[in-house]
Design a protein around this ligand. Structure first.
Ligand code: LMR
Length: 331
């Protein structure tokens, strides 16, 4: 008898202890969609966010993670967010240029020396301002998440900028990235992340740029015989929600969600470097691609070839923003 009653007693206790369940309210559902694999900094961040929310806001908030562009892809995810068809995304900053010209800053080549410099910038007020840049457009910035430094992959060895001449590179939808490849007498072809591997396989493009974690998880190394460790740019994200949806969450719950996001962000940004390091080792161990390491002089040549792009975009990103970003390097 007791055996049958116990589950009933337990669920009644849970019901009373949890005010949301006691009022019979359905939990708030956050669909979190992203385009990368689970074993990447963003993929891991999404899983950790779900776990923490479901522990600390059990019964009140439910998080459903849709990885690998399984719900929305690069081309439609931001519009879906603005229409509240999905409630959370973490697109690369390169994907926001239709909504904020200032965010183009993060695409400028050789702007940050390393991830540490980027992290220093993300703590500055100037950078925090950018989280609110798209609020009116129903895109509410919650945090910056990092992946890693970008590397160049290609069908031929890229040691000097002139080696890239004539090649087509897959890029994210960004005018700055397009200009960056034009500066090399190459072409940028804007394609969704999910189409990158097939575009490289079919020869539609001959090169790409990405962080090690994305190269490894998509096995881009299997179709690109050379990877130049250029560290020429950063791949980083803004964790965003729909402004109206976010503000509609009851205050106490929202405060707790924001506290969780802060904790998850620390973990994501701490682990990003290690995850990229591991991905780099995996790629090298697979032996499909040749690593091209640059001397200081060679890297300087890439810098001088790409850096003129800054001048072109200075007015759009704001001279003050560009200046603030430069002060975080320790050169
Ligand atoms: C890309 O399109 O290459 C990246 O933005 C993918 C991602 O989200 O890391």
């Amino acid at each position: 008898m007791y055996k049958f009653l116990l589950p009933l007693i337990l669920s009644a206790a849970l019901f009373v202890a949890n005010p949301v369940l006691a009022q019979g309210k359905a939990p708030i559902v956050i669909n979190f969609s992203h385009v990368v694999a689970e074993n990447t900094p963003k993929g891991q961040g999404a899983v950790l966010f779900k776990q923490m929310v479901e522990t600390r806001l059990a019964g009140q908030v439910k998080v459903v993670v849709h990885a690998n562009a399984s719900l929305f892809g690069d081309a439609d995810e931001l519009e879906a967010l603005r229409d509240n068809r999905v409630q959370m995304l973490a697109p690369s900053l390169s994907k926001f240029s239709a909504y904020s010209k200032q965010l183009q800053l993060f695409d400028l080549p050789f702007l940050f020396d390393d991830l540490e410099a980027l992290k220093r910038f993300q703590k500055r007020d100037k950078s925090r301002e950018l989280l609110r840049a798209m609020t009116e457009q129903n895109i509410y910035g919650l945090a910056f998440w990092n992946n890693g430094m970008k590397q160049l992959s290609a069908t031929r060895e890229l040691r000097l900028p002139t080696d890239a001449k004539g090649l087509a590179f897959r890029i994210q939808p960004s005018k700055v990235l397009d200009a960056q490849f034009k500066a090399l007498d190459a072409t940028g072809v804007s394609l969704p992340f999910s189409e990158t591997l097939t575009a490289l396989q079919s020869g539609k493009v001959q090169g790409s740029e990405n962080a090690w974690s994305n190269i490894a998880s998509q096995r881009l190394d299997a179709v690109q015989p050379f990877i130049t460790e250029s560290n020429h740019g950063t791949l980083n994200y803004m964790l965003v929600s729909n402004t109206r949806f976010w503000n509609s969450i009851p205050y106490k719950t929202r405060v707790e969600l924001e506290a969780i996001i802060e904790e998850v962000t620390v973990v994501v940004n701490q682990q990003a470097e290690a995850l990229n390091q591991k991905a780099r080792e995996q790629v090298l161990a697979a032996g499909k691609t040749k690593l091209v390491s640059l001397t200081e002089q060679e890297r300087a040549a890439w810098r001088s070839a790409m850096q003129p792009v800054w001048k072109t975009y200075e007015a759009e990103v704001g001279a003050d923003m560009l200046h603030a970003a430069q002060t975080v390097n320790r050169r």
